[in-house]
Design a protein around this ligand. Sequence first.
Ligand SMILES: *Cc1c(COP(=O)(O)O)cnc(C)c1O
Length: 400
Amino acid sequence: MRRNEKRTQMGTRSVWSGEKEYLVHGATQVPVVHSVSFGYNDIDEWFEVATGKREGHIYGRNTNPTVQAFEDKVKDLEGAKAATSFSTGMAAISNSLATILVPGDRIVSIKDTYGGTNKIFSEFLPRQNIDVTLCETGNHEALEAEVKKGCDILYLETPTNPTVKITDLKRMVKVAHEAGALVFVDNTFATPILQNPLEYGADLVIHSATKFLGGHADALGGVVCSNDEELVEKIYHYREINGASLDPMAAYLLLRGMKTLQLRIKQQCETAGKIARFLQNHDKVDAVYYPGLETHPNHKIAKEQMSDFGGMLSFAVKGELDGVREFLPRLKYANKAANLGAVETTVGPARTTSHIENTPEERAALGIPEGLVRYSAGIEDVDDLIADLEQALSYVKSDE
Ligand SMILES: *Cc1c(COP(=O)(O)O)cnc(C)c1O
């Protein structure tokens, strides 16, 4: 586990970071600035702002004060020098890749990235003559060998969706930088509370703010941050022209949600750990995937690079899809939905959520059983959640 004082700081940052500079009229909360454009009587001042010589805003597709407050909070939480935001997590991912990659480039990644990211790798990048090599997630030797052949971006996600596999960030950043590659890390599952990839030398950290950062499943958003200000500036430039900007109202909701980020994550980690251990000993459950379990293949790495193991787990109920059909609708305290990271417990089969884009054969190749259930622990009382799981599992048929 990492040092404890860091976590105390994170709670304070969750509440205060990014707020002060944007307050007006003595208000204690950041205003939602819905203005599309920002006007200037002085044409010289206007010109200076427009050309970046002076602080200010010109047009909502470029910058907006509420959106900036959100970016500043994330930047502070990740300990980054710069951040820029997007309309969704996928916009953050696709815009960042498109900023860097040109035909002839090569990207190395893992097979278990988020379903949408995986589609970019399998469908969109190859048709632009960008070479994509996907390695077995958790096979560090294979990743190292591919990176050493030369690549422009090493793209990682840890823990992964939905089987919460772990990649050693420190180890992979080292080989990638020796090979002259940039390292992008999707930190959505860990959140800045549990893992700061920049500390391990990553070049860009990406979040789907839609999930844990917002935490209330009521706003979409994405954000990237880095210690390389030039890199963020380039990505911002791509986004301001291509237009996947974050809406100010969504920025406000995300900003408000983030005030309780540390509280929520602490509770969700504790709950997920207790539920994983409960399910591990349950006779209606074939397998449990949670990095906090000593049986998890990369438990040690997770313990090293994360300050706790996160609010996400998955498990395979007996009887594959039939088992899921019996079990899932009977859960009372869980939304059966495609999102995750919310205050409400949220569950879904991997085949209809994270990996709906894949064929059954592709899912099998990724080690995702058709009966796999993804479980995003909410902030309800854990005893109620366990009792709920117990009664719903009682409907699953035992073997024979
Ligand atoms: C949801 C998710 C995304 C995509 O985010 P959206 O906001 O839905 O576009 C990317 N990465 C991970 C790990 C996710 O869970």
